[in-house]
Design a protein around this ligand. Structure first.
Ligand code: WT7
Length: 566
């Protein structure tokens, strides 16, 4: 029996207050995610239960009980406090998927500070923009990432501490650096900061079309949504071994890779290593994973690896599969049903929504290629792009929209209230995606309503890449668009006009690619650079990305009347 039982029934009788009761939370009381994910589970008699099973690429293994998570998150909290860090200050987590990242997040939240998780593959430019915007006071990191922080340190006056979790003494600690070993001490009691429902918890940075990335501000009350969606969509139950393949540098990795499973007192496992079909299947076999939350790019890569590796491993522990982050093609659903005996259930949401908004629920009929239906308690519609009125006829493409007010919704963009307000029309929140509804009320994703590139489930801003390209010595101007890709669905492509003294060459192409990889990240690195003499522009001089995009995708170019004429 699934947790949700009947979807229709839950839609009919929905109230978030039943979750509050289940969590023993009374409106107005203290609500602290760090406490809910560790102390409360221990207090429920599950102190000895395994919270985290961890393994890395070298085969190193670690295991933590809920009591360990409670004690070590206390240790992190106490240490940050000893440095003078207090509630409301931003503490960045900049680490690979090591235990300190998962447990550290709870420690930050326990003292009422705001956690800022950042993807450890970020280069110094990506890192700087986000630390500068958040006015981050401390960064918790690993030795291997320290040099990236040092490169930008003099441009980050508010950053006071670089906390290194694996300092080995081979190199002297430099200015602002401190060494911290989470497991050196178990702090039995920590005074939990009395965070309330609206106290900020996490800032996640997400990319838009224009301007620099925006810091999405979440609050402790988000727990209510994250808890219930994990219960009903991921169907997490007492004896599950849960594996979320997302990195906590992105929202899936925190909402469903830290908060939800631990608030539910479930055992989760983490593989801190890159992708390979063999490594993943062997991980599922060894840990007897039952619930698996992954992403379409990974699923397409597994499809490419074929059925032979599937047969070599015992995957019979799996019982429920869910996907998120980008369009899940119908073939992937059909394939997974055939080879694993289980279909992937698509789920749709975004950094700003904080929790799953549309999904295929256990027990509900899956239409392969459809994202499913709105979560109970969520009013989701498709709006006419001109009038912003809900479209009632099936099959008509419009903008996805939600009635605001669910617990995990972002509260604003950090220092950017104007952009936040611009996400609303007629009282609807617009996530910036297009879809159509069918006659049964299922949502079918059509595409984004902006130029943001979704590569392998990660959003990349063309603006950010174009800005970085301008810093390259040979680049005069550029336009960055998505290019179709078999596995990642979209990858970054850059059209580049060179400065007068430079000639196009394969060597230069490689140099530009590497420049972006180092400054921004491997995700943002263009997979192709096309040299052009000029970029297509509007009469007012704006580069027409739309035109280049249409060419890449073999689409109708449409109205070009505003194109610059020579
Ligand atoms: C954007 C959000 C929170 C999930 C991780 C990504 C796209 C997300 C789906 C889906 C088609 C999807 C949307 C959305 N997206 N899920 N099931 N089908 N597209 O979070 O980085 O904030 O990206 O990813 O365009 O707006 P994010």
């Amino acid at each position: 029996m699934s947790n949700i039982g009947s979807y229709e029934e839950k839609v009919k009788n929905f109230s978030w207050s039943t979750v509050e009761t289940e969590l023993g939370y009374t409106p107005g009381d203290v609500i602290n995610i760090g406490w809910y994910c560790s102390d409360r589970i221990c207090a429920m008699g599950k102190a000895g239960k395994t919270a985290l099973l961890w393994e890395n690429a070298q085969g190193e293994k670690k295991q933590y009980s809920y009591n360990d998570v409670r004690l070590y998150s206390n240790t992190v909290g106490a240490y940050l406090r000893s440095l003078g860090i207090h509630d409301g200050e931003r503490v960045c987590l900049f680490m690979d998927r090591v235990p300190e990242l998962y447990i550290g997040l709870l420690g930050i939240l326990k003292i009422g500070a705001i956690a800022q998780p950042l993807f450890s593959a970020f280069g110094e430019d990506s890192l700087w923009v986000r630390l500068e915007n958040a006015g981050t006071r401390a960064i918790i990191t690993q030795r291997k990432h320290v040099s990236k922080v040092r490169k930008i340190l003099d441009r980050l006056p508010e950053l006071q501490y670089i906390i290194i979790v694996d300092h080995d003494g081979k190199r002297e600690l430099k200015e602002k650096e401190t060494a911290f070993f989470m497991e050196d001490e178990k702090v039995e009691t920590l005074e939990i900061f009395p965070t309330l429902a609206e106290t900020p918890s996490i800032i996640h940075y997400t990319s838009g079309t224009t301007g620099q990335p925006k810091g999405v501000k979440h609050v402790h009350y988000s727990l209510i949504s994250q808890y219930l969606t994990a219960k009903w969509v991921l169907d997490l139950q007492e004896n599950d071994i849960y594996w979320c393949t997302a990195d906590p540098g992105w929202v899936t990795g925190t909402s469903y890779g830290i908060i939800a499973p631990w608030a539910l007192g479930v055992t989760q496992c983490v593989l801190d290593s890159g992708f390979s079909a063999e490594a993943w299947y062997s991980f599922i076999e060894r840990y007897k994973v039952t619930v698996w939350y992954s992403a379409p790019t990974a699923i397409r890569s597994l499809m490419k690896a074929g059925e032979e590796p599937v047969r070599r491993f015992d995957l019979s522990s799996l019982r429920h599969l869910v996907s998120v982050g980008e369009p899940l093609n119908p073939e992937a659903v059909v394939w997974s049903e055939r080879v694993y005996g289980l279909p992937f259930h698509d789920s749709y949401w975004q950094t700003e929504t904080g929790s799953i908004m549309i999904s295929n629920y256990p027990g509900m009929k899956i239409k392969p290629g459809s994202m499913g239906k709105p979560f109970p308690g969520i009013t989701g519609v498709v709006l006419n792009t001109q009038t912003y009125e809900p479209i009632t006829e099936p099959g008509v493409i419009g903008l996805i929209a939600f009635r605001p007010g669910w617990p995990a919704m972002m509260r604003t963009y950090w220092n950017n209230e104007a952009t936040y307000r611009n996400k609303f029309r007629n009282g609807w929140y617009l996530p910036g995606d297009r879809a159509r509804l069918d006659a049964d009320g299922y949502f079918w994703f059509v595409g984004r309503d902006d130029d943001v590139i979704n590569t392998g489930g990660h959003l990349v801003s063309p603006f950010e890449v174009e800005s970085a390209l301008l810093e390259h010595y040979a680049v005069a101007e550029s336009a960055v668009v998505a290019k179709p890709d078999e596995i990642n669905m979209e990858v970054v492509k850059a059209f580049v006009a060179l400065k007068p003294d430079y000639e196009p060459s394969a060597e230069l192409e490689l140099d530009i690619m590497n420049f972006i990889r180092k400054r921004l990240s491997p995700l943002a690195m263009p997979q192709e650079i096309e040299y052009v003499e000029n970029l297509p522009k509007t009469r007012s001089g704006k580069i027409m990305r739309r035109l280049l995009h249409a060419k890449e995708w073999g689409e109708e170019i449409g109205d070009t009347s505003t194109l610059e004429s020579d």
